[in-house]
Ligand binder design. Sequence first.
Ligand SMILES: [Zn+2]
Length: 302
Amino acid sequence: MHRESGGPLDPRLTDFDWEGRRAAPVEKLIDLHVHYRGDPKTLDILFPLLDRYRVECIHLIFDRGAGKDDLRRAGTYGKIGERIIPFFRLDLRTGDSDQVRRARDLGFWGLKFIHPRYPYDDRVYDPILSLAQDYGMPCLFHTGVLGRSEHKIEAGCGMSLMRADMLDTLANRYPDLLIQGAHLGNPDVAAAFRASQCSPNLIWDASGGIRHLLQGDPRLLYACMYGLPDAWTCFAWSTDTTTAVFPPEYADGWPNQIEYQICYWQRIFAQLPVKPGTADLDRFFYGNARAWIDRIVAKRAG
Ligand SMILES: [Zn+2]
C-alpha cells in the first residue's frame, strides 16, 4: 500500500468537496451491488444516472420470485451480460439446488445469498454451491449486520449466520466458484481483507454501512490492509441502491447516491496514513470490478 512516487496526490483525494456535496470526478465506474424490486420505474430513474456517471456495468440483484419477464424488462435498459449481470435471490431455508437450475434456465447469471437459516458455511448449502460452481454462476453473499425491517425475514437475520470469515471457508471449499462478499463484512473488515489474501476467488463490495465505521477511524482500514500486498485488488466501490436517488428525508444536500458514495470513499482514503496512488484508486472505482466481471463472463462462456 504505497503511493508510486513521492509526487502529488491523485486529484481524487484532493478535489472533492464534502461540505459542498460534490465528489472529485471519477473517469468511469462499475457498481457491483444494485437492487431491482420489480418496478421498472426505478430503472427509469437509475439508468440515466448510470449514464451520467459513466457507470459501465452493474450487478443487478432481483427480488425473490423474479422471472423471465422481469429479466426481459431489465434487459431493455442495458444488455444482459454486458451492462447488467443479473443475480437471482435464493431461498436459503433449505439447501435445495433446484432453484440454482431454475435461476440458470430463467437466464440469470449469478446467485444472491441472504437470510440463511444456517450459517453460510454449513454443509446444508453444499448442493447449491457445488452446482453453482459447476454452472460457473458467481455467488454474491450479504455479510454482516442486517436491518430487521428490510423485507420480511424468511429465515435467519442475525449476523452470526452471515460472517465474512465463512466466505474464506467457502472460497477454499469451492476454489472455482467466484464469490463476492457484500459490505466488506460489516463490521468485520479485518476478516474480509485477510480472507481475500488467501483466496483469489473472493472479492468484496464496499457498499453498505461499513463506510461509517471507516470514516470514524480511517486507521482501521489502514490496519486491515497493512502488510497485504494485494489489498487494493480485493474490494470495489458499490452503492447497494435501487434508483441511486435518496428519499428526500435522507438526501442531506446530496444530488444522488452515486455522488455521495464516491465522495464518501474519497474522504476516507484522503485520511489514510499512507495515501493510495492513482493505480490503487483506479482499481477501487473500476478496475477490480472490471476484472471480476471479465472472469464471470469467461466462466460462463467456458
Ligand atoms: Zn444489498
